[in-house]
Design a protein around this ligand. Structure first.
Ligand SMILES: [Zn+2]
Length: 436
């Protein structure tokens, strides 16, 4: 049994009346201006010295800004602190990137009105409270909140958000939980695919949900309309709002889908999950819409899976993604596998497997046997959970024993491409696990 702290976020719709709405809107503008003012002043201090601005200097700037315009006092003091912290973080990220010799990209930027949509109350110290279906927030007032589910744990922070003309309250909570120890008898490797949503090392595959294509179409359409309309015009603003709504619809559908999949996954009898470590830098640089939606959904999937697996005492193990598609899961031969090639046909041992299926087995092998000579990097533990690093070796060897026979089974499972491509939609089956 292990005690662990879990953080969770809850998002609820709130219904501020006209007066509170204008209170929120006014504060969002103040927060945005405050951020930009602070950035403006700190750029002066930053000059060309390659040094971060100290917190003391920041605090001095804050005092200056407030004395220049007392309106900023309308912002809750902790909200101001959070803005300060946010900017400080932006600087830190910038300097970290500089050190990595990645040029001077990413200098903190001024934020436009459209981009500043949240107010943070970083501590539950009486600045907000919930009573029945009413949320009271310091300096804003009381408004109706739609509590569609119970909040578990202790509330830590509140974020008031405006999204596509609607208002939300996001609470983060922290809960201490006792986690059962789960024997890792049925680990599984997961390859996130392009054609399919995911393929597992036991041959199970999850198809992509259909809705993504439709919402993508809508998003692309409204993106074009926004681009076409005159900057600063009312029609463009309207199109922007519509675009935001489309994003939101797509996002809600995706959330729903990912929650269902991950729920099924942690209740399916698997005892640990191996996934590829995501390469965030590539993700950020990607401007292609379909790809960026996919990346977002993968990383969200991993987040949800990690959370749910950890809560149930199971691990999610991240492995180095290098060459997982190019290695033969049967004989470790490495060969070229252009993206268009759906079938892995090993030119050494003749093994034939669906491309993603082969990769998922490699991912599992890498998680179980991090020191395998073929892989130049160790499996990294994805989750902060459980005790320190010594557990990794223990786990690896224990799991290795437990699942060696399973991998052998997998190896003898001569799936041809056709079979491995038999896909299920998650609605059709309660998580179909492939009989091996
Ligand atoms: Zn081979």
């Amino acid at each position: 049994m292990i005690n662990m702290e879990f953080k969770k976020a809850y998002k609820f719709r709130i219904y501020p009346d006209a007066r509170r709405q204008s209170e929120i809107d006014e504060k969002l503008i103040l927060a945005q201006k405050f951020y930009n003012k602070l950035l403006e002043k700190s750029i002066g201090a930053y000059g060309d010295g390659n040094k971060s601005v100290s917190m003391a200097t920041f605090n001095r700037f804050v005092k200056e800004i407030i004395s220049e315009n007392a309106n900023y006092l309308k912002l809750y003091s902790q909200t101001r602190c959070e803005i300060e912290y946010r900017l400080k973080k932006a600087y830190q990220n910038f300097f970290r990137r500089c050190k990595g010799n990645k040029g001077k990209n990413g200098f903190p930027r001024f934020k436009s009105k459209d981009r500043y949509n949240s107010l943070t109350y970083p501590q539950d110290n009486g600045s907000f409270s919930i009573e029945k279906n009413r949320l009271r927030v310091s300096r804003i007032g009381t408004m109706q909140i739609e509590l569609h589910r119970a909040i578990e744990g202790q509330i830590k922070t509140l974020i008031i958000k405006r999204e596509a003309g609607k208002y939300y309250a996001v609470f983060t909570t922290s809960t201490e939980k006792v986690i059962p120890e789960v024997k890792n008898t049925t680990p599984v490797g997961i390859d996130m695919g392009l054609k399919t949503f995911a393929v597992f090392s036991d041959g199970t595959a999850i198809t992509k949900p259909n809705f993504r294509k439709d919402s993508r179409k809508h998003i692309a359409k409204w993106q074009r309309i926004v681009a076409r309309r005159k900057k600063g015009s009312r029609r463009r603003q309207m199109a922007k709002e519509r675009l935001n709504r489309e994003y939101q619809i797509a996002n809600n559908q995706q959330e729903d889908y990912l929650h269902k999949i991950t729920n099924q996954l942690v209740n399916s009898g698997y005892t640990s999950f191996a996934v590829e470590k995501l390469q965030v830098q590539n993700m950020v640089r990607n401007h292609h819409l379909a790809k960026s939606i996919q990346d977002a959904s993968w990383s969200r999937f991993r987040q949800l899976l990690s959370y749910k697996a950890e809560s149930a005492g199971m691990e999610v193990i991240e492995v180095n993604p290098k060459d997982t598609s190019r290695i033969c899961s049967n004989c470790d031969n490495i060969q070229d596998m252009p993206l268009s090639e759906r079938l892995f046909l090993c030119n050494r041992c003749g093994m034939q497997k669906d491309r993603d299926y082969n990769a998922s087995i490699n991912i599992l092998k890498r998680a179980l046997n991090p020191s395998s000579s073929n892989f130049d990097s160790l499996a990294v533990k994805a989750t902060a959970g459980h005790a320190g690093s010594h557990a990794q070796g223990d786990m690896a060897s224990a799991v290795q024993q437990a699942s060696k026979s399973r991998i052998d089974e997998l190896r003898t499972y001569s799936a041809n491409a056709e079979e491995a491509h038999t896909l299920w939609r998650w609605e059709d089956v309660t998580y179909a696990k492939r009989g091996i």
